[in-house]
Ligand binder design. Structure first.
Ligand code: K7E
Ligand code: CUA
Ligand code: CA
Length: 654
């Protein structure tokens, strides 16, 4: 297995897993001329997994038994509920998932960008209106790649109202209402490609009276000619990236900011003043070798109040046909701290990930190709904008060496950071204050507190409530990009491995493996009482609801036929209707059952129709009648002892 894995990954065969990972890491790092490995290995504390296969067993990862720490058991027994909700992005399945923590159970998938056959997303008129259609009524896009999901805030904690998720492929931002856990809006972001990081405001920086989320910030990773209309293809000065601000309520694009280099991940400050994005391509490179040519890239900070003032003052331009105001956040135009809209702080070599600490004081960027994390003090960045800090590089207050391939960081609310090390296949726990003291001169200090082997190659990481001011330091989930030998083999397509770690003690305790369908990226986890979902719809949620069986029936205007239907277990009203070849039928179905969990389906053979209606929910579909016959529509969702009998006829005369 090890040998096979090594071969698959292109390394020499016969190496142990850990040795293989390290040799791969060494090749990768030396090839790009990053910092040496020696310093990094020195940093491995006694608890470190080390470079041998024994490390996994030593830290509990390889053994079958689960040690129970302060967080308790991962087992959620019958009759009990998970303590936390997790919102997971799904990656290239293009949707989101709701996961119970600590059980790791998938409770729901929420479709947004791509069709979903279960609920009829992409088939019903209501979902198509959210997704967007071409002139012929077909969907504009049917693929998506979701990476980052974040919930709306009030005063630094989640308010349970919304969550947002990005589509990297087609540059769309989707919003979920968290009361029904459904997608209610999708916005296409103009001018950009490679829409990657997102983060909402945690407070409103302009009007302190409005203490709720008002913006969602969006980063562009791939630079393109602007406008991208087939001209200036080889002129690097015409290629740009934009940082975009979307209104959280209306979902309209408020403004964009033109930058040098690219945006990768996005974070916002807890005081609402700054948004930040790590940049791995400050070189504006086209090929990866060019993108790795600089020793340091950057974290780019945006001064939100100044940008919005500049737009009010009429200092914005536009790009191509887009009407969105665009301000200039390039380096050259923002040298004077007194007027700057943005500023760059340097970060070593192709950083990945930027996260704000729950105490609101620091932003942490991971080195990716450098074995370091960079700690940037928010107050110092603000001081620079106020003309009180002569050199922005002084905002860097620590740069500890933590291990190979650092990607994302999370927090326990007790001053510790936890960073995934992709190449080392570890999570490293390190103390932020110790790192700052070391940077200030006390070289004998070692900020690394603990290391935990994870299986394998972790990307995103998040601890319970860690993106809020109430990080509780109980559980931490680690999204491993490879599962290799961890689960029963299922052929070449492997699941991923989301691992759950108890972080209540000094040492991290690996508690649980959870196979997941590829491939979630980011996720957030929070206390279950931070959201209150509604278990049934209200009839008035839909303007076209069929409110009682008496209101059902068929109406015709020329070839346009409307069929109003209702469902009450175990029957539909009406149980049959007649239409003619050439008709365009709009079928509206309201589920009049109001009992929790009493969901019906509606499937229509040969007409490619299937969708679900939850209690008191209304949906509609429109289709052309193109073949005569009897077509039994039936309920697809087990609802009643007479579920199989819940069916009726659509009759089409020849
Ligand atoms: Cu996968 Cu957040 Cu798109 Cu890092 S990004 S792993
Ligand atoms: Cu209604 Cu099954
Ligand atoms: Ca770079």
């Amino acid at each position: 297995m090890t040998e096979e894995t090594s071969k698959v990954l292109g390394a020499a065969s016969g190496l142990g897993r850990r040795r293989f990972l390290h040799s791969a890491a060494a090749v990768g790092v030396s090839a790009v001329g990053a910092m040496g490995l020696a310093g990094c290995n020195e940093n491995k504390g006694p608890a470190g997994g080390g470079a041998s296969g024994a490390g996994a067993a030593a830290s509990g990862g390889g053994s079958g038994e689960h040690k129970v720490g302060g967080a308790g058991s991962v087992e959620v027994k019958p009759g009990q509920l998970d303590t936390h909700y997790g919102l997971w992005s799904s990656g290239h399945t293009g949707d989101a998932r709701v996961i119970g923590i600590p059980s790791g159970r998938e409770l729901l998938r929420i479709p947004c960008f791509v069709p979903d056959a279960l609920i009829g997303w992409g088939l019903t008129n209501e979902s198509k209106a959210v997704m967007g259609t071409k002139a012929d009524g077909s969907l504009e896009y049917t693929v998506a790649d979701t990476h980052h999901i974040h919930a709306s805030y009030k005063d630094g904690i989640y308010d349970g109202k919304y969550a947002w998720i990005n589509d990297k492929i087609n540059a769309r931002l989707a919003r979920f209402r968290l009361d029904y856990m459904v997608c209610d809006k999708i916005t296409k972001i103009p001018n950009i490609q490679g829409f990657h990081g997102i983060f909402p405001d945690k407070r409103d920086p302009v009007d302190p009276a409005i203490n709720y989320t008002t913006r969602v910030f969006c980063g562009q990773e791939f630079h393109v000619p602007m406008p991208n209309k087939g001209k200036d293809l080889e002129d690097p000065t015409k290629y740009h990236c934009l940082f975009t601000c979307v209104d959280a309520e209306t979902m309209d694009v408020r403004w964009q900011a033109r930058i040098d280099g690219n945006c990768d991940l996005v974070a916002t400050s807890f005081d609402g003043k700054l948004a930040a994005s790590n940049q791995y391509n400050t070189e504006n490179g086209v090929h990866f070798a060019e993108m790795m040519s600089a020793e340091r890239d950057a974290c780019l900070f945006f001064n939100i109040a100044r940008i919005e003032q500049a737009i009010k003052d009429g200092k914005a331009t536009t790009i191509g046909d887009s009407k969105v105001p665009v301000v200039d956040c390039t380096v050259e135009a923002n040298k004077d701290p007194k007027t700057a809209l943005s500023v760059r702080v340097s970060v070593p070599k192709n950083p990945h990930g930027v996260n704000a600490t729950p105490d609101g004081k620091y932003f942490i960027c991971s080195g990716k190709l450098s074995p370091t994390a960079t700690v940037i003090e928010l107050q110092k960045v603000l001081d620079w904008f106020d003309g009180k800090l002569d050199d922005i590089e002084k905002a860097i207050v620590a740069e500890p060496e933590i291990g190979l391939g650092p990607l994302h960081t999370t927090f326990d609310g007790r001053g510790n950071a936890y960073t995934t090390l992709f190449l080392d296949s570890q999570v490293v726990k390190w103390n932020i204050d110790t790192a700052i003291k070391k940077h200030a001169g006390d070289k004998a200090l070692n900020p690394v507190v603990d290391r935990l082997d994870v299986m394998y190659q972790p990307g995103h990481i998040n601890a319970t409530q860690a993106e809020t001011i109430e990080a509780d330091g109980v559980w931490m989930a680690v999204g491993n990009k490879f599962s290799k030998d961890r689960f029963l083999p299922v052929g070449p397509m492997h699941p991923e491995n989301d691992q759950l770690v108890d972080i209540t003690g000094d040492k991290m305790i690996l508690a649980h493996d959870n196979a997941v369908r590829p491939e979630p990226h980011d996720f957030v986890i929070f206390k279950r009482d931070w959201i209150h979902t509604k278990q049934v719809y209200a009839l008035d949620d839909s303007p076209i609801a069929v409110k009682e069986p008496k209101a059902t029936g068929v109406t015709r205007e020329g070839k346009k036929v409307t069929v109003r239907m209702a469902s009450i277990a175990p029957t539909y009203y009406p149980i049959e209707f007649n239409v003619k070849v050439g008709d365009e039928v709009t079928l509206i179905l309201t589920n009049l059952d109001k009992v929790e969990d009493l969901t019906h389906g509606f499937a229509l053979p040969e007409y490619n129709v299937q969708f679900l209606v939850n209690p008191l929910e209304t949906k509609s579909v429109t289709f052309k009648i193109d073949k005569p016959g009897v077509f039994w529509f039936y309920c697809t969702n087990f609802c009643h002892a007479l579920h199989l009998e819940m069916r009726g006829r659509m009759i089409v005369e020849a």
